[in-house]
Structures are given as structure tokens and as C-alpha cells.
Design a binder for this molecule. Structure first.
Ligand code: NAP
Length: 336
């Protein structure tokens, strides 16, 4: 079977297509024939060496994908041959609070990821996916989908009629838009592109702001709420956006801290949080229970993740280049 591996070193040029022997699942394990994968911003950082020396080559990248159970080892009853499943981003977080060693269990680094024709995994580390999704759509769920679900539903508890602000039109952001609309919220989307904002409106965005042509988007957002402020900000920009997110949020509102697209170290005026009783909630993907709840909601709501473009398995490097360009709207996927 073929896998893409950072065989000797990190860097996109060092990503090699190599052959590996197919192993059979042992007790408690399943073999999954992968059918599609999706790329996250994190994968780009890992592949290009941005995670530093904590990750070691050889490494198979990518956390997110979907496939069909091809074989099960002794003692497996959760899933059966023929089931369509996603490997979970955190192989070691099934329910409740995250375990203390959470980051030892992530696919695509430090654990080998899903950019492979076949993977053998713990049966506990996979979850069934809704039938109405294509493989490309289902491949977007484990990290991007579940992160947005945790922000809006599990931790965010967004309620009908509340206002949610979503930054950008990337993978996490568009899932957040869709889940927020599912809960009955009013959604404001920001983007650097008017054309992308048009597409966000078609997906249900109630209001849009171009953060390039309107750098004071926090003021504009607040005005759109009659001056009260946003109930829930989905914060993916990081250092370059957090201060404005805190300006935009209402007294007693929530900022879901998810991403660091413009840097991971921010200077924050703490009074904006404590004196206005703002909840700043860190989000780190979610548990298997969260995934199952998200899958039920997707099926019930008939929602389809937004796939920007699908590349062939041999064209993975072009897929990374496309993600890097920032031209995408939603998810960049790879088909096997
Ligand atoms: N905490 C977690 O569990 C978790 C999980 C997944 C992702 N993340 C993080 O969340 C972030 C987004 O990930 P992703 O996979 O959704 O990325 P992505 O698909 O590559 O999305 C990038 C998009 O974000 C928008 N953007 C970029 N810089 C921005 C800024 N300064 N202000 C507002 N929007 C900006 C742009 O949208 P426009 O083109 O529309 O302007 C860009 O296209 C990354 O930092 C990632 O590491 C965290």
C-alpha cells in the first residue's frame, strides 16, 4: 500500500510517496481502507516543519480522513467490516474532559496520520459517519468539523436568536457558520474577499464584513447588534484579531479561542475580559462523544460540509500549495 511520508525530514519537498507492507489488525484494532482525506492549516504547519523538533520523521501527515472498515481484529464489536468511518483526531479522548496526555494521541503528528491508502487503528479511535455525506465531505469532520461543533454547541451552547461572529471562510469558520445557523443564531461572517462573502451569504450568513476594506470590523459588528455586542465570537485569527474580538463581544459574551492564523502571542488588555465578564473559552477539537453528536446533527439537518476542491492522491503537494495560497473557501480534500 502507498503512503505519503515525511520520510527523512520535514518540508513539502521531502514528502515522498512510498510503499509500506499492509499489516493486519490485532486485538481491538481495525484496518481502514482510506477513501478521502482533508487538509487542515495545522497539517501545513507540520509538513513545513513549523512544529519544531517535538515531531520526528518518518511521519505520515494529515489528521482528517474517511474510509471503509476492511478487516477487524479479535474482540472488536463497535464497528464491522463495510462500515464507513473517520479516524478521530484525538485517538485518546473518547468522552468527558480531555485526558492529561491528550497531545500524545493526535493523528498526523506525533502519531502517523491518514495520508495513506490503508491504516490500522484502535477500534475505539474511529467513528461512523452519516450516510448522506460524500467521502470528501465526510473527510472534513474529525478536526475542522468537530472543532466548530465544540465551539458552537458543546462548549459554546449558542442559543436561538443569539449573534455569532465567524472570522474568515476557511474550514473551521464555514462549519461554525453552518452549526450556528442550525442552532437558530444570527451569523456575521468576516472575510478578506467580497466574492467569498457573497458565497457565505448563500450558505446562510446574515451579515458580512470585509476585514480588509473595513479594518475596524469590530466596530461594524457591534453596530450590527445595535451597539450591544456579539454573543459569541469564533476566533481563528489569533494575535492579529483577538483584541478586536474582545471589543466586539458583548458584556457576558463568549470568545471561542481556536486559531492562531496571524500569530500565537497576543498583547491583551485584561480589563476587556474581566471587567466585562467575558468568557474566553479555549477549544481543542473535541471528543468521540462530541463527534457522534455532531454526526447526528449533520444527518438530522441534512448539512453538507463545504468542499472547495478535491485533488488526486498523487497530487497532494498541489493540494498543500492550494491551501497555502489562501484562495480556498471551505475545505481542501484529497481523494484516493
Ligand atoms: N483549536 C483547535 O482545535 C483547532 C482546530 C482546527 C483549526 N485550528 C486553527 O484554526 C485556524 C483556522 O484553521 P483552518 O483549518 O480553518 O484554516 P483555513 O481553512 O486555512 O482558513 C484560513 C482562512 O482564515 C481566514 N483568515 C486568515 N487570516 C485571518 C485574519 N487575520 N482574520 C480573519 N480571518 C483570517 C481567511 O479567510 P478569508 O480568505 O475569507 O479572508 C483564510 O482563508 C488555524 O490557526 C488552525 O490551526 C484550531
Amino acid at each position: 500500500m502507498r503512503v505519503w511520508s515525511l520520510e527523512r525530514a520535514f518540508g513539502l519537498d521531502n514528502l515522498e510517496l512510498v510503499d509500506r507492507p499492509a499489516i493486519e489488525p490485532g486485538p481491538g484494532q481495525v484496518a481502514v481502507a482510506m477513501t478521502a482525506m482533508s487538509l487542515n492549516f495545522r497539517d501545513l504547519v507540520i509538513v513545513t516543519g513549523g512544529y519544531g523538533p517535538s515531531l520526528k520523521a518518518p511521519l505520515i501527515p494529515l489528521s482528517d480522513g474517511v474510509g471503509v472498515v476492511e478487516a477487524v481484529g479479535p474482540g472488536v464489536s463497535r464497528v464491522a467490516v463495510g462500515d464507513r468511518v473517520c479516524p478521530l483526531f484525538f485517538q485518546n479522548w473518547l468522552a468527558g474532559a480531555p485526558p492529561h496526555d491528550l497531545f500524545r494521541g493526535t493523528l498526523g503528528g506525533p502519531l502517523n496520520g491518514v495520508l495513506a491508502e490503508r491504516r490500522v487503528l484502535s477500534a475505539d479511535g474511529v467513528a461512523k459517519v452519516p450516510d448522506h455525506l460524500s467521502d470528501a465531505e465526510a473527510a472534513c469532520l474529525p478536526c475542522a468539523g468537530l472543532t466548530a461543533w465544540s465551539a458552537i454547541v458543546t462548549e459554546g451552547r449558542v442559543a436561538p436568536g443569539q449573534t455569532v461572529l465567524v472570522q474568515g471562510t476557511g474550514g473551521v469558520a464555514l462549519f461554525a457558520l453552518q452549526f450556528a445557523k442550525l442552532t437558530g443564531a444570527r451569523v456575521i461572517v468576516t472575510s478578506s474577499s467580497d466574492e467569498k462573502l457573497e458565497r457565505a451569504r448563500a450558505l446562510g450568513a446574515d451579515e458580512t464584513i470585509n476585514y480588509r476594506t473595513d479594518p475596524e470590523w469590530d466596530r461594524t459588528a457591534k453596530t450590527l447588534t445595535g451597539g450591544e455586542g456579539i454573543d459569541h465570537v469564533v476566533e481563528v485569527g489569533g494575535a492579529g484579531t483577538l483584541d478586536r474580538a474582545l471589543n466586539a463581544v458583548r458584556v457576558g459574551g463568549t470568545v471561542s479561542l481556536i486559531g492562531v492564523l496571524s500569530g500565537g502571542k497576543a498583547e491583551v488588555t485584561l480589563q476587556k475580559i474581566l471587567m466585562r465578564q467575558v468568557r474566553v473559552q479555549g477549544i481543542t477539537v473535541g471528543s468521540r462523544d462530541g463527534f457522534d453528536a455532531m454526526a447526528r446533527a449533520l444527518a438530522q439537518g441534512g448539512l453538507h460540509p463545504v468542499v472547495d476542491r478535491t485533488f488526486g492522491f498523487d497530487d497532494v503537494k498541489a493540494a498543500f500549495d492550494h491551501l497555502k495560497s489562501g484562495a480556498h473557501f471551505g475545505k481542501v480534500t484529497v481523494g484516493v
